[in-house]
Design a protein around this ligand. Structure first.
Ligand code: ZN
Length: 189
């Protein structure tokens, strides 16, 4: 895990998944726990590091209508145009510079124009950060992999509700999708 991972900045995008108030703040509707508080500053650092090499930046926002069927599983969260659906204050300035994808399902590819956008930009690999490792990060990674993108996940920039969920999300990305699991400090653009 200490080996450096060299990433060509020109064909890469940093995808920051669902860093929204409902998931990241203690008073949020679906707070991910302490793990998410720890990744906020690291994601900020990674964004800054990527920006210096002009790596394309994408933010996703979970974005539901008031009666979304997903609430049967998770309860109400990230209702569109509410405070809980906002990007967290710590990352908001960066999201203003990013391409923002609003998504209704776990995968950022489902029902969005993300794939078309990435192809127009000539992107071939995605560095994926955010929450939750086993839900929207994993489903987005799976959809990206099916579409031929290379996947890199810095494990210190993703979080889940439990250690078990964190582990199986990363394990799936590594062993089934053949993604690269690394850490922020070993990524070199
Ligand atoms: Zn949701």
């Amino acid at each position: 895990m200490t080996e450096e991972v060299f990433i060509n900045p020109e064909q890469s995008a940093l995808v920051v998944i669902d860093m929204q108030k409902d998931f990241c703040y203690e008073d949020g509707a679906l707070f991910m726990g302490e793990g998410v508080e720890e990744i906020i500053l690291r994601i900020r650092g990674l964004i800054e590091k990527a920006a210096r090499k002009k790596v394309h930046l994408i933010f996703t926002q979970d974005w539901h209508s008031l009666d979304d069927e997903e609430f049967e599983v998770w309860g109400r969260h990230c209702v569109r145009d509410t405070r809980g659906a906002e990007i967290i204050d710590e990352l908001l300035p960066f999201s203003k510079e990013a391409y923002v994808v609003k998504k209704q399902k776990y995968s950022a590819f489902f029902g969005t124009n993300l794939d078309l956008h990435l192809k127009e930009k000539g992107i071939k690999r995605l560095i994926i950060a955010g929450v939750a490792t086993n839900i929207c990060v994993l489903h987005t990674a799976i959809d990206a992999s099916l579409r031929g993108y290379e996947i890199i996940v810095p494990e210190d920039c993703v979080a889940a509700l439990s250690d078990y969920e964190q582990e199986y999300g990363l394990q799936h990305i590594k062993s089934v999708l053949k993604g690269t699991i690394t850490s922020t400090s070993t990524i070199v653009f």
